[in-house]
Design a protein around this ligand. Structure first.
Ligand code: CTP
Ligand code: MG
Length: 241
């Protein structure tokens, strides 16, 4: 038995628009991927970490983990090339997990301020018998469904969705390893089918007909996607004092 995380950091960060891959962009002087790895290590519940990175940048990422560890911790790190899609990157990470691992967390480097407590809560819920667990927050905006836009670009509202039962999902998402591996094998066989594409790992598990569970997320687990998000993250950092 053991718990591990796959940290996805192989994206290019098109929407952020930096000159380097997004995971190497610095927040308060620390690259996002290193910040995210530290958060996972600080949780204290993981035995191994696999980081998926852009194949062309393997060396630059590996240099952030001297001696194959998260700096200042005993958490062992393997840096492996990711794939063309996030899903392919997660699959590459799963393939590099140590044999004894039976619980896997999948986390986005872009959610680099996720508190260790959220990591622990997800890992504990999987250990406790929930085979697929996602952290999520209630949706605070009013959400409406729309139809096709008219000639001016305005979209007709077709429904107001019941907000009380909606959740905005974050990472890390935690899974029984064998379940997540089966979900990725099935997902890979559907690859290219846009309609069936899952936007997260839990979606692949749902497609198998398996139950996914929600535990409380955290506002600090926001995903850095745009320059605006990076500015918000800088504010959160300075807030922490
Ligand atoms: N990711 C990955 N492999 C890919 C694509 C994305 O490992 N082929 C990772 C990213 O590094 C990120 C996480 O998945 O940590 C979420 O993806 P996203 O926020 O979309 O990051 P990018 O794909 O890098 O950004 P963009 O879509 O703007 O290019
Ligand atoms: Mg992307």
């Amino acid at each position: 038995r053991g718990s591990a995380a796959v940290l996805t950091a192989a994206g290019s960060g098109t929407r952020l628009g930096a000159r380097v891959p997004k995971a190497l962009v610095e927040l308060g002087g620390v690259p996002l991927v290193l910040r995210a790895a530290r958060g996972l290590a600080e949780a204290g519940c993981l035995d191994a970490l696999v980081v998926t990175v852009p194949a062309a940048e393997l060396g630059a990422f590996a240099a952030l983990f001297p001696g194959g560890h998260v700096p200042g911790t005993t958490l062992a790190v393997a840096v492996v090339p990711g794939g063309a899609t996030r899903q392919a990157s997660v699959a590459a990470g799963l393939a590099a997990l140590p044999a004894e691992v039976d619980v896997v967390l999948v986390h986005d480097a872009a959610r680099c301020l996720t508190p260790p407590g959220t990591v622990r809560a997800v890992e504990a819920a999987v250990r406790g018998g929930h085979r697929a667990v996602v952290p999520a927050l209630p949706v605070t905006d009013t959400v409406k469904r729309v139809g096709p836009a008219d000639a001016t670009g305005a979209e007709p509202v077709t429904a107001t969705v019941d907000r009380a039962s909606l959740r905005a999902v974050q990472t890390p998402q935690g899974f029984d390893r064998s379940l997540l591996e089966a979900a990725h094998v099935a997902g890979a066989s559907r690859a290219g089918d846009e309609a069936a594409a899952a936007s997260d790992d839990a979606g692949l598990v749902e497609a198998l007909g398996e139950q996914v569970w929600v535990v409380p997320g955290d506002e600090r687990a926001l995903k850095i996607t745009t320059p605006h998000d990076l500015a918000i993250a800088e504010l959160l950092l300075s807030d922490r004092g």
